[in-house]
Design a binder for this molecule. Structure first.
Ligand code: AMP
Ligand code: GLY
Length: 430
């Protein structure tokens, strides 16, 4: 069986590593992939967003299955095009990917089906948006670009002046391009955040182990928003009671709503939740595995990922076992100095042998932004590596991940030193 994974970051590496363990022994390919992924899969330099070239490559190689892991090719309909070419793929079609690709679509879906989320209004006119924000007069206020914006299209504005600047940036200056043609203005919620990824086959939803992301660049949740500087799983705030509430009020209703709207969701549906004083609410949906959530969730998956993925495509998830091991996982991201703003690339990475750390049991190094240059690994992106460790407990997993991360070096390397600190504090209160 030949399988293509579309994407080239740490999440895709985590997916490939999980597929590599499959008893079905697939031959693994990745496009575009990266330097470190090259040790685990055949990489082909096709941009993930080039749907036509990707489908042509998939036909040429005769792949039996594809995994489209990244949001933009999903929104562009890569799964639809692969299906037309006779290649089944993991991930939603373009219609279902709107649950992430359009905030207006997802907010309207939640309103229509009574799924708990922040109160909101949508606007396609900057003056009208500002008029509403002024009349409402409550701060902070949250402004979201409608479309995909590399995770940067959400602004939390503390006062009218910030809101004005935000609306201008998104709607008039078009900082996120056409993604800012419409905005959602919503209520500011408070509470611990939880990421829950789930497998969906259009009818059945099976949540995976919960996780916690650390989105800000610096310790203490200071600094700019990033794609994610580290993760832990499970998330201690996500107790069995909370999970039961989420299943009944959010997960099942969302999957049923998508089916009722004529766009059943197949693939990985990511619920970004906030546990507010008024119960769990949806902050956002993503139509794919989180990055770096996949790097802590998939190492805890005991069942065969390939079998489960195929069950989402075939609609047989209700008959498929999805089991996670007990214990915990932690991922610490090593980033280039200056990320998420300006940073240099091409720095040699020291400490790895064939992309991995020797003599580091329970540790996997997932490559996010690396390249192979003259046989040496060099940095090639903002987030460079995700160092994941598993353990029987969260403290064990964190100790192993940090010990491993400190053995890897490149010029300017930056990591947060407090990944998991809040989770540990929550654990000690339980
Ligand atoms: P997103 O890009 O949708 O994941 O949003 C980025 C971050 O903004 C989230 O992880 C939250 O921390 C924060 N956020 C988004 N919406 C709200 C909201 N309504 N209230 C408070 N924080 C929010
Ligand atoms: N880590 C957040 C995301 O993948 O969207």
């Amino acid at each position: 069986m030949k399988i293509l994974v579309v994407g080239g970051g740490g999440r895709e590496h985590a997916i490939l590593r999980a597929l590599k363990k499959s008893p079905l022994q697939p031959q693994l390919y990745c496009a575009p992939g990266n330097g470190g992924i090259g040790y685990d899969a055949v990489c082909k330099a096709i941009p993930a967003t080039d749907v036509a070239a990707m489908v042509a490559y998939a036909k040429e190689e005769g792949f039996d299955y594809a995994v489209v892991a990244q949001d933009d090719p999903l929104a562009l309909g890569m799964v639809d095009e692969l299906a037309k070419a006779g290649i089944p793929a993991f991930g939603p079609n373009a219609a279902a990917a709107r649950i992430e690709a359009s905030k207006v679509f997802s907010k309207d879906l939640m309103k229509k089906y009574g799924i708990p989320t922040a109160a909101y209004e949508t606007f396609d006119d900057a003056a009208a948006a500002m008029g509403y924000i002024r009349a409402r007069g409550q701060y902070p206020v949250v402004i979201k670009a409608d479309g995909l914006a590399l995770g940067k299209g959400v602004l939390i504005c503390q006062d009218e002046a910030e809101a004005e600047a935000g609306v201008k940036e998104i709607m008039l200056d078009k900082k996120f391009g056409a993604s800012g043609n419409r905005v959602v203005v919503e209520e500011f919620l408070t509470g611990p955040e939880v990421s829950v990824l789930s497998f969906c086959d259009g009818k059945t939803v099976v949540p995976m182990v919960s996780s916690m992301d650390h989105k800000r660049a610096l310790d203490g949740d200071e600094g700019l928003n990033t794609g994610g500087m580290g993760t832990v799983a499970p998330n201690p705030y996500y107790t069995p009671d909370v999970a039961a509430v989420c299943m009944e009020t959010i997960f099942k209703p969302t999957v049923a709503a998508m089916a009722a709207e004529g766009c059943p969701f197949k693939g990985c549906l990511y619920f970004g939740l906030m546990l507010t004083p008024n119960g769990p609410k949806v902050i956002e949906y993503n139509c794919r595995f989180g990055d770096p959530e996949a790097q802590v969730v998939l190492p805890l998956l005991e069942s065969d990922l390939l079998t489960v993925m195929q069950a989402t495509t075939n609609g047989t998830l209700d008959k498929t076992e999805v089991k996670f091991r007990a214990g915990a996982a932690a991922c610490v991201v090593l980033a280039s100095g200056g990320y998420p703003v300006a940073y240099e690339k091409g720095k040699e990475i020291a400490g790895l042998t064939e992309g991995q750390l020797p003599d580091a049991p329970d540790v996997t190094v997932y490559h996010a932004g690396t390249a192979c240059k003259d046989g040496r690994l060099v940095t090639a992106g903002g987030r460079v590596l995700g160092v994941t460790a598993t353990g029987d407990t969260l403290p064990q997993a964190l100790d192993k991940a940090y010990a491993a991360a400190r053995r890897i070096h490149f010029e300017g390397v930056h990591m947060r030193s407090d990944i998991g600190r809040r989770a540990l504090a929550a654990l000690s209160q339980n």
